[in-house]
Design a protein around this ligand. Sequence first.
Ligand SMILES: Cc1cc2nc3c(=O)[nH]c(=O)nc-3n(C[C@H](O)[C@H](O)[C@H](O)COP(=O)(O)O)c2cc1C
Length: 203
Amino acid sequence: MPPSRPSPRPILLSVHDAVVTRRSIRQYQARPIERETLQRLVDAGRLAPSAANLQPLEFIVVDEPEVRDHVFPALKWAAYIHPNGDPKPGHKPQAYIIVLVNANVREKMYEYDVGAAVEAMAVSAWAEGIGSCWLISIDRDRIQAALGVPASHRIDSVLSLGYPAETSSVEEYKDSVRYWKDPDGSFHVPKRKLRDVCHFNAF
Ligand SMILES: Cc1cc2nc3c(=O)[nH]c(=O)nc-3n(C[C@H](O)[C@H](O)[C@H](O)COP(=O)(O)O)c2cc1C
């Protein structure tokens, strides 16, 4: 079956290419992201798979500069290289998608749903040339107070968004999972080798 709605944007990457070339991006251009685009990303999260189809997730899009300024201090970036991975002045995210879990719908075992939704949004963003970083090292109390999130809704994650102002590439894993930054600012992320994680028919 073809998709019920035509894509409003040209497809820039195959799904596979978008998935494998997506990297966490933590430096962003000072270029706004259109509301329509942000809504489309949330739609990707909304339509992600959900255990028992309970759909406990809700999303707050933050794109106004004064609200962004309340969210930014609640985020911790790239712990292995702190503070070198923090977004530099002029390179902060242009938007955030705050992922909420409605505890009235599901109190436990919602993490799979969150993972599916955040990956869907991150890959959709990347396919449109928008970088993102999924953050769970966040000050939830601060975000809750700043955005008026009711106690019924747990703040799970934040997806930061913006057009990239850094490059990040995959490196072959040798003896450490720690990512690093070059003196020129480009990011390097070790990934375990395919042959070490992929088993056919038996371990
Ligand atoms: C569940 C989860 C939580 C994460 N939390 C943070 C975070 O709080 N801060 C951050 O800078 N990056 C965070 N990351 C990004 C990881 O550091 C990143 O995915 C990893 O280094 C691999 O790099 P890649 O995304 O470019 O493949 C998180 C990723 C995942 C999947």
